[in-house]
Structures are given as structure tokens and as C-alpha cells.
Design a protein. Structure first.
Length: 618
């Protein structure tokens, strides 16, 4: 008599209710917001919330809400004018201890957020934002790897008391170690071969000197380049997290490129500055025994190197580096309590803290320098072409006398202003880039264009949806109306699943939904045509319904499973836009099978089940 057991009806009702609940947040839209997160020196507390509310009241700005959320303090506003003014006001009042990022926050009511019901994310093409294509200078990564071997070779030879003349990196052929005699050369070669098995080593005589040449193998160079790109992806992801961007896309493309998409970013200049920066630090001891004037004349003492302070004053520093920015685990901007100048408070990892302590313990009373290093790209016009040249800027930002041994925590000063201190602290927290990057392509998608895309995508779904509804209602009558109900619930469930997974909806994803609308009724067409055939063969209405659903299920399953396999392959092998299409298509296939088979059968059972029926409206 075509009746479901009570538990199956209850299951369908529960699934539809949960789907409607988790699809609901998508109706509320987004508010312009500020996301305030700790820069390391201070925590976000209820006191911070009170400070923000008080500062906004003094500025005459009325926020929609101020909430303490896991990612920080989120302040929502009614319009972007209030948002931008609040950013300027709060930036002056509290940005030394906090990072303030422009953002778009979901306007979901509190009762839905408590149930973890959040809207799905919108991609760059729908929400607006910025797209960067970045190229990693992998040759520089290889050069830096060879530079590290220079210090390692010096330390190894000194520890084993093997005499050498110089250790230096050549421009094209790795690292050269120069010896006075063939005996010392063979001792050094044996020692290096034992410690560094992955290097290619050659020994040769050039004039009266004996050399050992060490260079990276092809496999080692390939791994170094690959690691540099992977490490840069991680570092860029950390920097994006500092910017407070929801659902960014950061992925490798090809051998040496990285794609960064930041949906909803309202300050692309700031994003570009942070992502492209390559700032890091080196801590070195000053060469107090050397003569700066001799160094300026070209007579630089062995083991030392000439630098300049920001004011242009020359400084002679030791070549050996105490620690680099890689040893920094946390950094926070602040104000030096002694003279009120901008400062960055540094925290080191265990290895870096131990090395810093060992060196400064032996150097109390001596001078230590902080060297700020940045990679810059200059563009010049040569004839009709733009030629880009890269240069490494190194300047001493701080010279200070070591009063006591330093360890895990200390501070550096000598920065120009608080903005520079905040930016440097952010970059050091996120980590230094393994190799310089250059932004070779930049696209900005405005919110208005994104809104146009949303409206066009919404129209396409509505038009396709309405046309299918009309066709099904006319051609299959009451059964067609039931299929239309199932189709509507299918759309609700697709949106609910996307929201529960916190997936990103893009234009190709909307295309997948439009395709699903057409495919969703495909199963019902097969079922309804089967019921018609059963009726023509003289079967009773109840038997025809039973046979129509029972015999068409295997055909429906085969068709949907093969399409699902294709969607999974697209997701596994495709890039961002193709994955967006594959995700919505896969979800749509699964939900459409549920609604087209179980939901329509349940509704038909309610209308026709358990009673004698002379005729079906199909």
C-alpha cells in the first residue's frame, strides 16, 4: 500500500529541518568589520573590548556589535564609512599592541552562531578582493644554501685544526676552499667528504695554491628549489592569517610560482606590501679592533665586513652571524620604556636562545649590531622595454652595547616609526621567506563586479529552476509538483552542506548548481515514466507506484555514480575553479538522489498511500 515506516519519515523530516537550519545563515549577508588580533605583546580580553567601545564612543562611531571571537575581536559596522573611520581612530589609539585588519564579517544572528551555523564563503569572483601571481627566485635559494655551507666549512675546519687560507662562494661553481699545501688540501677534502656526503667535491691545483671545490648535486639543487617554494607557501599563509582574511587561496603553481587569492580584502595595497616583503634580521658582533677608514679604502680586515647605518655612517661588523630571523618564534611591536622610541620585542626558539646566550656571555661590554635585510626589485626603462633588477638592501638599524648575556627574550630599537615596528614584527612572526618573491601579476576584483556576478549567477539558477518547475508541473501534474518540492529541498540541502563544510562558492560552483538542477529531476523523470508504463500495462495505481520506484532505482544509481566518479576525478586533478565546480556537482548528486528517491516517495505515500486509488494524476 506504499507506506513508509515511521522512522523513515522521521529521518526525512530531521534531514530537511537540519538542512533548512544550516542554510538559513546565508540569507543574512555580511557587515563591514574590523578584526582586531593580538600582535604578541597583549592579549584580547574583556578589558580590550571595553577600551574599543570607549574609543568608538569618543569618536562618535556607533558599531553594530562588538564580539570576542576565537580569531580575535570583531567589530561590525553599518557601512564602510564608519568602518574606515574606526580603523583610523583605533589605529592611533591601540595599534602598537594589536593588528587591526579590514574585513567583512557574516551578519549571522547569535543564536545561529551558537549552533555553529555559518554562511558558506564566497570566492574572489563573487565577493571581490585581490589576486596575486608570485614568482619565487629559486636561484637565490640555491645561493643562500651555498652561503650557509661557507660558514659550515669554516667551523668544521677550525674544529679539526685543519689550516686553510680562504673559504668563499664563487659566482657559478659552488664554494672554493683554498689551502697552502697539497697535504692540507687532502685533509680538508677527506673531512668535508665525511661530513657532507650529499655534495659534489673536486680537488685541483691552480698556480701555487691548492683548492677543494664543493657544489650542490642536481638532486640537491632541485630539492632546495622545491623546499624554497613550499616554505614560501607556508610563510605567505602565516602572513595572510595576520591580515585576518577568511578562506584565502594560497597554492603552488608550476615549478616556481604561487597563486594568492584574498577574497573580501578591502586594503589591497597593505596586502601587497605584507605579502611581497622579504624583511629579516641578522645579529652580528661589531669588529671593534678594525679600522673603519681602512675598510672604506678597500682594506677590509679578514673575517669582517663593511655595513652602513641608516644615517649613512659606516660600521665594521664580523662576518659570522650570531642568529638570523629563522630563530625568532615571536615578535611584538611596542615602545622602549627608556626613551619612548619604537621597539620590537623578540622571542627566540631554544636553539637560537642558547646560541645568543653563549655568544653574548663572552661579549659583555662589546657592541652588537642588528642588520635589517630586504630584497627589492627596481624597474627601469631601457629603450622600449621595462627591465627589472633585484638588489639586496642591508642596513644596520641598531648598535647597542651588551650589558648582560642575552637569552630567550630581548628587544631591538633604532626603527624609524611605529608603523615600521609593527610591520617588522608581523613579518618576523610570520617567518622570513626562504627566497625572494616578485608579484608578476595582480588583479583586483571590485565588490560591485562581485555583486554583478552574484546577481547573474542567481538569475541563472532561478531561470533554470523556474523552467524546470513549469515543465514538470505541466507534464507530470501532481507528481510533477512533488518533484518540484523535492527540487526546492535539493537546493536548500546543497547550500546547507556547503555552509556546514565552510566551502567556498565560486562562479564555476554556481554552474555546478545549475547543472544539478537539471540533473535532479532526471531521476524523477525516469521514475514517473516507469509508473506510466506500468499503468499502460494494466497494473493497479499502487502496484505501478511500487514498481516505478523499485525498478528505476538501479538505473538512477548507475547514472549518478558514474557522474560522481567524474566529479571526484575533476576535484582530484583540477585547479581552483574546476574544484569549485566539482564540489557543488558532487554535493548536488548526493542530495538529489536523497530528495528524488526518498523525499518524493514519502510525499507520494502521504498523498496516495494506504488507500484505494482509481487513477493517478501523472
Amino acid at each position: 500500500m506504499n507506506q513508509y515506516p515511521w522512522w523513515k519519515n522521521l529521518l526525512i523530516v530531521v534531514v530537511i529541518a537540519v538542512g533548512a537550519l544550516y542554510a538559513l545563515p546565508n540569507l543574512y549577508g555580511e557587515d563591514p568589520a574590523l578584526q582586531i588580533s593580538s600582535s604578541g605583546a597583549a592579549d584580547i580580553t574583556d578589558i580590550t573590548l571595553a577600551d574599543v567601545r570607549g574609543e568608538l564612543q569618543r569618536s562618535g562611531i556607533d558599531p553594530v556589535s562588538i564580539d570576542l571571537e576565537p580569531q580575535g575581536l570583531v567589530v561590525r559596522f553599518a557601512n564602510t564609512e564608519d568602518q574606515l573611520e574606526a580603523r583610523d581612530r583605533l589605529g592611533l589609539a591601540m595599534a602598537d599592541d594589536y593588528t587591526i585588519a579590514l574585513n567583512l564579517a557574516p551578519a549571522t544572528p547569535d543564536w545561529l552562531r551558537k549552533l555553529n551555523a555559518l554562511p558558506m564563503y564566497l570566492g574572489l569572483d563573487l565577493r571581490g578582493g585581490v589576486h596575486f601571481l608570485m614568482e619565487v627566485d629559486t636561484d637565490a635559494a640555491v645561493e643562500m644554501a651555498e652561503e650557509r655551507y661557507v660558514d659550515d666549512f669554516r667551523a668544521l675546519l677550525r674544529e679539526n685544526r685543519v689550516r686553510y687560507l680562504t673559504v668563499s662562494r664563487t659566482s657559478e661553481d659552488g664554494v672554493d676552499i683554498k689551502f697552502r699545501s697539497a697535504e692540507e688540501q687532502q685533509q680538508g677534502l677527506s673531512l668535508i667528504r665525511k661530513e657532507f656526503r650529499n655534495l659534489l667535491l673536486d680537488d685541483e691545483q691552480r698556480g701555487d695554491a691548492f683548492y677543494v671545490n664543493a657544489r650542490l648535486s642536481e638532486d640537491e639543487m632541485r630539492e632546495t628549489r622545491k623546499f624554497a617554494v613550499q616554505q614560501n607557501v607556508t610563510t605567505l599563509r602565516n602572513r595572510v592569517n595576520e591580515l585576518g582574511v577568511a578562506e584565502p587561496l594560497i597554492q603552488r603553481q608550476g615549478e616556481n610560482r604561487i597563486v594568492v587569492q584574498l577574497p573580501g580584502v578591502q586594503d589591497p595595497a597593505r596586502a601587497k606590501e605584507i605579502l611581497g616583503a622579504t624583511a629579516t634580521l641578522e645579529f652580528r658582533l661589531a669588529d671593534e679592533g678594525g679600522n673603519v677608514q681602512d675598510a672604506l679604502a678597500g682594506r677590509v680586515p679578514a673575517g669582517s665586513r663593511l655595513y652602513k647605518e641608516r644615517g649613512g655612517n659606516p660600521v665594521l661588523l664580523k662576518k659570522s652571524v650570531i642568529i638570523t630571523g629563522d630563530a625568532i618564534t615571536d615578535a611584538a611591536s611596542g615602545i622602549d620604556s627608556r626613551d619612548g622610541s619604537p621597539a620590537v620585542f623578540i622571542t627566540l626558539d631554544g636553539k637560537g636562545a642558547k646560541k645568543m646566550h653563549n655568544v653574548t656571555k663572552e661579549a659583555v661590554g662589546k657592541t652588537m649590531a642588528v642588520v635589517f635585510i630586504e630584497q627589492k626589485t627596481d624597474t627601469k626603462r631601457v629603450g622600449d622595454e621595462l627591465v627589472k633588477t633585484k638588489r639586496k638592501v642591508e642596513e644596520v638599524i641598531s648598535l647597542a652595547t651588551i650589558r648582560e648575556p642575552l637569552s630567550k627574550r630581548f628587544q631591538i630599537t633604532g626603527l624609524d616609526n611605529t608603523d615600521e615596528a609593527r610591520t617588522l614584527a608581523l613579518l618576523l612572526r610570520a617567518g622570513a621567506l626562504s627566497a625572494p618573491v616578485e608579484i608578476i601579476e595582480e588583479r583586483t576584483v571590485g565588490p560591485s563586479l562581485g555583486q554583478d556576478n552574484i546577481e547573474m549567477g542567481f538569475k541563472s539558477v532561478v531561470i533554470g529552476f523556474v523552467l524546470v518547475l513549469i515543465f514538470m508541473a505541466i507534464y507530470y501534474k501532481i507528481f510533477g509538483l512533488v518533484a518540484n518540492l523535492a527540487l526546492t529541498l535539493n537546493l536548500v540541502l546543497i547550500i546547507a552542506v556547503l555552509s556546514m563544510l565552510q566551502a567556498t562558492l565560486t562562479l564555476p560552483g554556481i554552474a555546478g548548481i545549475v547543472l544539478t538542477v537539471g540533473m535532479a529531476v532526471d531521476a524523477n523523470v525516469l521514475i514517473f515514466q516507469r509508473i506510466r508504463e506500468e499503468l499502460k500495462n494494466g497494473n493497479s495505481p499502487q502496484a505501478s507506484i511500487h514498481a516505478g520506484y523499485g525498478k528505476a532505482v538501479s538505473t538512477i544509481a548507475d547514472a549518478n555514480i558514474t557522474t560522481l566518479i567524474a566529479a571526484v576525478v575533476l576535484f582530484g586533478l583540477g585547479t581552483g575553479p574546476i574544484k569549485g565546480f566539482a564540489v557543488t556537482l558532487s554535493i548536488g548528486i548526493i542530495t538529489s538522489m536523497f530528495t528524488a528517491i526518498m523525499v518524493t516517495r514519502a510525499v507520494i505515500n502521504v498523498i496516495y498511500g494506504g488507500k484505494r486509488v482509481a487513477k493517478l494524476s501523472i
